[in-house]
Design a protein around this ligand. Structure first.
Ligand SMILES: Cc1cc2nc3c(=O)[nH]c(=O)nc-3n(C[C@H](O)[C@H](O)[C@H](O)COP(=O)(O)OP(=O)(O)OC[C@H]3O[C@@H](n4cnc5c(N)ncnc54)[C@H](O)[C@@H]3O)c2cc1C
Length: 406
C-alpha cells in the first residue's frame, strides 16, 4: 500500500513537472510567435464596403485598421455595449474591476504589439502576478502551498495585471475609441447570405445591411448554437470543426468583505475546467477586500442547478466558511457581482485554448467563405497567443486577409 502511495506521488510529481515545463515552453514560444508588425503598420487601398459582426476585442481591432485606411465599414453588435468579454465594474470597490478578462498571460511587450507601438518600453503600469500565499482545497482538506511552489509557478508562467486600469480600458483607449461611432448596437445578426456578389447581413428586427466583404467575430459558442444562418450553409467539415472546439461554460463572481481572511489564491480541485478563489485586490492601491471566484467546466453545472444568483453566493460563502471557520459570513458585506458568461446569449462560454485544439480544425476555422466572409476572434489567432491578445491579433490578421485576397 505504501509503495502504491509513493508511486502515486512520484507520478503526480512527473505530471506536474511536465505540465509546468510545457507552460514554460508555451510562454517562451508565445513571445517568439508575436508578429513583428501587423495590419496597423500597413496601408490598404480597398474600395469596397465591409461589415464587422461583433464589437469585442477582435472586431474592434479589425475596425481600427479600416478606420485608419478610410475604408467604408459598419460594425453590427448584438448587445448595447462594446468590449464583448471585456467588461469593467466601478461600483463595488475604489478601483476598477475586470469582470471579464483580467490577466495578461503573455509578456508585457505584447501590449505594444496590440497598440502598434514599436520598442520595448510599455506605457502601462502592471502588477507582476507573483503570489505570496496560495493554497489548494479538495472539498475536505485545505493545504497551504510553500513559497517554493509559488515562486516556481510564477517563474514558469509569469503573468501580470493592470495596476489602476483594466483590460476593458486598454482596449477602449487604444483600439475602440476611434471606431465606436460606426457601431450599430442592439443589432444581433441572424443571417449572412453570401450567395450573390455582395453579402447580405440580416439582423433580428429584419433590417438588412449589404457589403462586399464581411468579418464574423462572434464567439465560437454563438457559432456552435447556430443562431446565425449562413446561406449557403457552412460545409460539414467546418461544422465539425466548430463542434470540436472546447468552449467551457462558466461564470465569475466578485464579492466584498470587511476583512481579508483569505490568501492570495485558493485553487479548488475539479475533474474538468477550473475553479478557484483569488484576491482581486492583489497589488492594487485599495483598502477594499475584494475576493474573486472563477468556475468553468463541468463543475459549473452544480451552480447552474441552483435557483438564483443569491443561492450561488450562499453556496460560495458556505464553502468559504467551511475552509475558514465561519470567517466568510462574519465579514461578507452582501455586495457581489456575478457575470454568467456561459449563459449570456451572445457569448455562451468562457474562453478557448487554441494551443490545445487540433491544428486542422484551427485551419478550417480561419478559411474564408468564397473570399467574401472571413472569421476572427480568440480561436482564429494564428500567432497562438491566449485570450485578449490572441483576439486582437486575429482581428488584425483576418482584416489584412479580407482586404488583400483577390
Ligand atoms: C470570465 C472570463 C475570464 C477571462 N479571463 C481572461 C484573462 O484573464 N486574460 C485573457 O487574455 N483572456 C481572458 N478571457 C478571454 C477573453 O475575454 C477573450 O479571449 C476575448 O475577450 C475574446 O474577444 P473576441 O473579440 O474574440 O470575442 P468577444 O469578446 O466575445 O466579442 C464578440 C462580440 O460579438 C458579439 N456578438 C455575438 N453574437 C452576435 C450576433 N449574432 N450579432 C452581432 N454581434 C454578436 C458579442 O456581443 C461580443 O460583443 C476571459 C474570458 C472570460 C469569459
Amino acid at each position: 500500500m505504501k509503495k502504491i502511495k509513493i508511486a502515486h506521488k512520484f507520478y503526480l510529481l512527473i505530471i506536474t513537472f511536465f505540465s509546468l515545463t510545457s507552460c514554460l515552453k508555451w510562454a517562451a514560444r508565445a513571445e517568439k510567435k508575436l508578429p513583428d508588425e501587423t495590419a496597423l503598420h500597413r496601408t490598404y487601398d480597398y474600395s469596397g464596403k465591409v461589415i464587422i459582426i461583433g464589437a469585442g476585442a477582435s472586431g474592434l481591432a479589425a475596425a481600427k485598421v479600416l478606420e485608419k485606411n478610410n475604408i467604408d465599414y459598419t460594425i453590427l453588435e448584438a448587445t448595447n455595449r462594446c468590449g464583448g468579454r471585456l467588461k469593467k465594474d466601478t461600483t463595488l470597490a475604489d478601483f476598477p474591476i475586470d469582470v471579464g478578462a483580467e490577466w495578461l498571460h503573455s509578456a508585457p511587450i505584447t501590449l505594444n504589439k496590440l497598440k502598434g507601438k514599436h520598442g520595448e518600453e510599455i506605457d502601462e503600469e502592471l502588477i507582476p502576478y507573483q503570489l505570496e500565499s496560495t493554497a489548494t482545497w479538495d472539498g475536505k482538506e485545505y493545504k497551504v502551498n510553500s513559497t517554493w511552489q509559488n515562486d516556481f509557478r510564477y517563474n514558469f508562467l509569469p503573468e501580470s495585471k493592470f495596476k489602476n486600469t483594466t483590460w476593458y480600458d486598454f482596449v477602449n483607449e487604444n483600439i475602440a475609441n476611434t471606431v465606436i461611432q460606426n457601431i450599430h448596437y442592439n443589432s444581433p445578426v441572424v443571417s449572412v447570405d453570401y450567395s450573390n456578389n455582395e453579402v447580405s447581413v440580416e439582423i433580428l428586427n429584419g433590417a438588412t445591411f449589404i457589403a462586399d466583404r464581411v468579418l464574423v467575430t462572434v464567439p465560437i459558442g454563438v457559432l456552435k448554437s447556430e443562431k446565425i444562418s449562413f446561406i449557403p450553409e457552412l460545409n460539414q467539415e467546418r461544422k465539425d470543426a466548430i463542434e470540436e472546439i472546447t468552449f467551457h461554460p462558466g461564470f465569475k463572481v466578485v464579492m466584498k468583505f470587511s476583512d481579508k481572511f483569505y490568501p492570495d489564491a485558493i485553487e479548488c480541485e475539479v475533474d474538468n475546467g477550473e475553479k478557484g478563489y483569488y484576491d482581486i485586490a492583489f497589488g492594487k492601491e485599495t483598502q477594499d477586500n475584494i475576493l474573486g471566484f472563477l468556475c468553468t467546466g463541468n463543475e459549473t453545472q452544480k451552480y447552474y442547478d441552483l435557483n438564483s444568483n443569491d443561492e450561488i453566493l450562499d453556496s460560495l460563502i458556505s464553502e468559504l466558511d467551511q475552509i475558514f471557520n465561519g470567517k466568510a459570513s462574519a465579514s461578507y458585506s452582501g455586495e457581489y457581482i456575478l457575470e454568467n458568461w456561459g449563459q449570456y446569449e451572445f457569448t455562451l462560454g468562457t474562453w478557448t485554448q487554441a494551443f490545445q485544439e487540433k491544428k486542422s480544425n484551427l485551419k478550417i476555422l480561419n478559411q474564408s467563405l468564397d473570399n467574401k466572409v472571413y472569421f476572427a476572434g480568440e480561436i482564429n489567432d494564428p500567432y497562438k497567443q491566449m485570450g485578449v491578445p490572441g483576439a486582437i491579433l486575429s482581428g488584425y490578421y483576418s482584416i489584412d486577409k479580407l482586404l488583400t485576397d483577390q
